[in-house]
Structures are given as C-alpha cells and as structure tokens.
Write a protein that binds this ligand. Sequence first.
Ligand SMILES: Cc1cc2nc3c(=O)[nH]c(=O)nc-3n(C[C@H](O)[C@H](O)[C@H](O)COP(=O)(O)O)c2cc1C
Length: 246
Amino acid sequence: MRKLAAIFLSSLLVLSLAACGNSQQTGTTTPEPSTQTENPSSSPTAENSQTEEFTATEGMESNGNILIVYFSVPETDGLDTVAGASRVVVDGEVLGNTQYLAQLIQQETGGELFRIETVQEYPGTHDDLLDFAYNELSENARPELATEIDNLDSYDVIFLGYPNWNADLPMPLYTFLETYNFSGKTIIPFTSHGGSGFSRTIQTIQELQPQATVIEDGLSISRNNVTDAQSDVTEWIAGLNLGESQ
Ligand SMILES: Cc1cc2nc3c(=O)[nH]c(=O)nc-3n(C[C@H](O)[C@H](O)[C@H](O)COP(=O)(O)O)c2cc1C
C-alpha cells in the first residue's frame, strides 16, 4: 500500500515537473491575495528603504501544480549593511529574505506565490520584532491568518518558506499547518536564517502534516548570502531530481 502511494506521489511529481519544463502557462490561479510580487530579475541589494506594496508582473509564467507559500517579515531599521540585513531591495522594492527566495523559486519553477499574512501585523523594527516573536513562542500562540488558500486541491507540490525564529517555525506557520490538510501532497521546505539553518523545523512540519511527503533536502540560506542565492536556488531545484523520482 505504501509502495502504491509512493508510486502515485512520484507520478504526480513527474507530471508537475513535466508541465513546468514543457508547458508553462500564464497565471492560471492567483492565490497571493494582497502582495503579489515582482520578478526579481534585477540585481538585489540590501539597503535601508521604506517597505512598499508592489504588484504582480504581467505575463509571469506559472505552473498550475506548484504553490510557493512563504512567511517573511522585512526589517526596515538598524541593519544597514548587506550582511545581516533582513531585507532585500529589488528595483526599490523592499522584500524580506524569505520572500526574495520565494520569488527566485517562482522564477525557477513557474509556480504560484502565496504569502502567509496575519491579522496582527508584525513590527518592522528588529528589537520589537524579537520581543513580539518571543512572546508568541512563550505563549504557544496561534496568530490568526489574514490570507487564505481557496484552491489547495489544485496543487500537488508545496514549497514552504519561512525564517528561522528562535530555532523554531514562526508561530503563524503552526497556524498555517494546522489549518490545511496536505495529505498526499509534497512539501518542500526552504528557510533563511542567521546561522541556525533549519533547526528542527523540517521534522516539525512532518509531525504537523503526517500524511504529506516532506522533503528533507530543503534549501537553507543564511541571511548573509540571500542576495547571492540565485545559483543556489537553481542548483537546489535541479538537485531535487523530482523528475527522476518515479
Ligand atoms: C524574531 C526572530 C528570531 C530569530 N531567531 C533566529 C534563530 O533562532 N536562529 C537563526 O539562525 N536566526 C534567527 N533569526 C534571524 C532570521 O532567521 C533571519 O534574519 C531571516 O533571514 C529573516 O527572514 P525574513 O526577512 O524573511 O523574515 C531570527 C530573527 C527574528 C526576527
């Protein structure tokens, strides 16, 4: 039975990648409700700037089977140097580190982007954000989500990105993973961090979604290297060998 399920999952992945490589289409679904992102084709820089809303690039290629979910909180104060900044600026737009990685993955796979947002906004300044997140962790909070996936059945492969917070998932990821059922789907984690990598978060995702296949070979990028991550993303996705996993 497990073998049959594995074969079925592998077939889904093959179909997903085949579609990605051969028949990418223009924007079939639009799960990112309020902050669709620009194509980060320009060279990114890390610098101090105001966060702005931005709109989807017209004609962006997409693959209907792949969803790229991410949570990310750009910091707008303090860290003004390239190394250590929790933001990336592309064509004047301020992106969080994980958000930028999500865009690179979108370019590579043609998947759809979906941003996890919360009703309660997170502070954009470093110390306030640390305090806020630590309190949420201490309280084992489940922050209420402000964005919703309404067509999850359409997706077989879910890239799931988040920053490492306190050696754990940010608490909105707990809300997210307890809200949806990814049974039968493949979850591919990616993270940006300040030195801890994934910590134990991949195991936690598997525990919260026991019926999903959670890929252990996730992408982990230090915040110091996010702006140079393009080739890492490309190699990682190629190295997943999803098309050969049948
Ligand atoms: C509240 C908070 C807690 C963090 N805890 C950790 C940690 O335990 N380990 C680590 O390596 N980095 C930690 N970091 C650093 C972030 O993982 C890193 O800056 C990441 O790139 C931020 O991604 P984002 O811009 O997408 O939010 C923490 C950052 C914040 C704001």
